[in-house]
Write a protein that binds this ligand. Structure first.
Ligand code: NOJ
Length: 655
């Protein structure tokens, strides 16, 4: 086929329901796209292309061929916030060739009813072998100036920040998922799916409301080092009429590859306790000494507690040598197979087995990647020998191995190699200080959960006193659009009475009912029960809810929500006919009725309601909670009363 450089090429591709349209144009050798929903333009003319060390792939592009196709399949998650997911889209595969160099590149668009994904593909070819991406030129040229919720890119502490709100025209460079509300009330979120052997994408504002992909570089400024055949991650734009629909569209998962793990029976969502909160409060230490947390004796206490209440396992941090001194700097010191002398792993795991509880492993690397990679095979084998099925990893440190950014291609490769090794060893992962979630749990379902935002731990020690009430009503619309988060709910002693010194008045800025509702609202297949056993047992009513609440769901709906204000999430248990509801608010109280139309019609349910008591307030009366039961049916309204910083958690059981 003869390249037709001089002739403009335009193609429109629409979603299956005809609601979303993408127009792709090749003009004067350059490639552009627009995005609209019905007649509303969302992205105005936005450029595509790349700058390579070997020359550009953004100009003198010619049309080679294109194909369109449709796909419609429903697939099942081995575990998740929903069981069956419909993957339904129309696809355009545009094959381009560059005049002069003869280089080939495809751009593939998938258009769903609720958004789009597109990516670059470099097929195997004679004219492009190894190459270096110096700049990805992908633009997102917003047609109006939406409100947006964001955290900055390229600052210390990675993704662990409070979200800020402003018009897009006032941002600088931000992380994704980047969520917006347009002036005519559409909700958008830009992110990426299937981030594999590439650099993480941040978004830089290049003027007005125009954003451009800004890839996290290697030390010398290279962005991505690749060899054809290669593909970029999917650039994703979710489009929703209601904020809550962003949470339940599953665009990111649908753009990932199916599972590479054939038998997933060993992968089990679970709730866990830990020798963890103690260290964040400062009542125990990770390192050795008189207050060492990870002792055989204390672990046995935790095992007893965990067994008594029927949780899956106990996370033990600080069990291995290397924590002494300033452990943030111990990246090349940690051993992942040598326990401290006061932690008898043989005895601990024997005792755990007797009690029907699992030890959950812990690998803090302090971002010492070569030290970890040297040991990881042995470390996984060591834990497996002792019956460990799940490991929490950690990468505290802003720069890795000689100053590399935490989110560049080097680290994307590292994290993926650990996920794959863990899959081979039948190990589930909970990754802290992770690469952002981009849906790879579909391909690697042992990649259970991750942190990647300010979690509960900030309530124990952050210099600003803790996460404000608005933080947890922002997370579901931002960070969690990427995937599950190990926020670690379940602190009942909201005022942190155990904390030896508290110069910044740290506390959990929430009511106790809200703390329960987080188990529903902040989805994670591994949920922590974070507080010290004595504090959890001091509130048996609240503990009952934590014992009941599932971690694996058939269905999820978000019937009411406003970004940063409040959210109501309902989910159906995967292993029973129970439904659960979690409602949380920011610092503002609110009351409203919610139709219980999620329940099965014609059936009576008992609703076990954990609600803020009259007069509850996160600041003054955080512990005030009422528990009451009510017989309810699908036709009825549920009255939801949320205190300032409050919440409500409900279990619905068929009578
Ligand atoms: C930071 C993690 O977020 C936290 O959960 C862990 O306790 C410490 N690192 C130590 O690994």
């Amino acid at each position: 086929c003869t390249p037709l450089f001089s002739q403009p090429y335009t193609e429109t591709i629409s979603s299956p329901d005809e609601g979303i349209h993408v127009e792709v144009t090749l003009t004067q050798g350059q490639l552009f796209y627009t995005l609209s929903k019905k007649k509303r333009l969302i992205l105005d003319t936005s450029r595509l292309g790349l700058e390579l060390k070997e020359g550009n792939l953004s100009s003198k592009l010619t049309y080679h061929s294109s194909t369109t196709s449709s796909f419609d399949e429903t697939w099942t998650q081995p575990w998740g916030e929903v069981k069956d997911i419909r993957n339904h889209y129309n696809e355009l595969n545009l094959e381009l060739e560059q005049e002069e160099t003869g280089r080939r590149m495809n751009v593939v668009f998938r258009v769903f009813d609720y958004g789009i994904g597109f990516r670059y593909e470099w097929p195997e070819q004679e004219n492009l072998d190894e190459f270096v991406i110096l700049d990805e030129l992908t633009e997102f040229n917003l047609a109006d100036d939406p409100q947006s919720w964001w955290i900055k890119a390229y600052i210390l502490n990675r993704y662990e920040h409070l979200y800020e709100k402003s018009e897009v025209s006032r941002i600088d460079t931000v992380q994704t998922p980047f969520t917006m509300e347009t002036q005519d009330g559409l909700f958008l979120s830009i992110h990426e799916a299937a981030l594999t052997d590439y650099a993480s994408m941040t978004l830089a504002r290049t003027g007005g409301t125009k954003l451009e992909a800004d890839l996290v570089p290697w030390l010398n400024g290279d962005k991505v080092r690749a060899k054809a055949p290669h593909v970029s991650p999917w650039r994703t734009i979710q489009v929703a009429e209601k904020a809550g629909d962003l949470i339940t569209d599953y665009l990111i998962l649908n753009l990932n590859e199916p599972s590479r793990i054939e038998n997933t029976d060993w992968i089990k969502p679970a709730k866990y306790t830990g020798i963890w909160w103690d260290m964040h409060l400062g009542t125990k230490t990770w390192g050795s000494g008189p207050n060492h947390g990870a002792t055989t004796e204390y672990t046995k206490e935790l095992i007893d507690f965990t067994s008594k209440h029927g949780f899956y396992g106990v996370l033990v941090e600080g069990w291995n040598t290397g924590w002494d001194g300033s452990w943030f700097e111990n990246g090349d010191v940690f051993s992942f197979t040598e326990p401290y002398p006061d932690f008898d792993i043989v005895e601990v795991t024997r005792y755990a087995e007797e009690k029907g509880v699992k030890l959950i492993g812990h690998h803090e690397t302090s971002a010492g990647i070569s030290n970890y990679e040297r040991q990881v095979d042995d470390a996984f084998a060591f834990y497996r020998e002792h019956g460990v099925e799940a490991i929490k990893t950690g990468y505290v440190g802003d720069f890795v191995e000689g100053g590399r950014w935490h989110h560049g291609q080097f680290m994307v490769r590292h994290y993926r190699s650990i996920v794959e090794k863990a899959a081979k060893a039948n190990i589930m992962l909970d990754v802290h200080e992770p690469i952002k979630a981009t849906g790879i749990r579909r391909t690697w379902p042992n990649m259970m959960t991750r942190e990647g935002a300010r979690g509960q731990e900030y309530n124990a020690w952050s210099v600003d006193g803790g996460n404000p009430p608005s933080h947890t009503v922002l997370l579901p619309f931002t960070r969690l659009l990427g995937g599950p988060m190990d926020y670690t709910p379940g602190v009942f002693d909201l005022l942190l009475n155990d904390k030896p010194e508290n110069p910044n008045n740290n506390r959990v800025q929430s009511t106790i009912a809200k703390e329960l509702a987080l188990y529903i609202v902040l989805y994670s297949p591994m949920q922590m029960v974070a507080d010290l056993p004595k504090n959890l047992e001091a509130n048996p009513v609240a503990l009952d809810f934590v014992k009941d609440v599932p971690v694996d769901w058939d269905e999820t709906r978000v019937p009411r929500a406003e970004v940063g204000e409040y959210i109501v999430t309902v989910r159906k248990d995967r292993n029973s006919s129970d439904w659960y509801l979690g409602a949380i608010t920011n610092e503002n109280a609110r009351s409203f009725d919610l139709k219980m139309d999620f329940l099965e019609p014609g059936k009576n349910y008992t609703a076990y309601i954990y609600s803020d008591g009259a007069g509850a307030d996160w600041e003054t009366r955080p512990y005030l909670m009422m528990k009451y039961n009510q017989t309810v049916t699908a036709g009825m309204d549920l009255r939801i009363n949320l205190a300032p910083g409050g919440g409500m958690a409900v279990r619905f059981t068929e009578q």
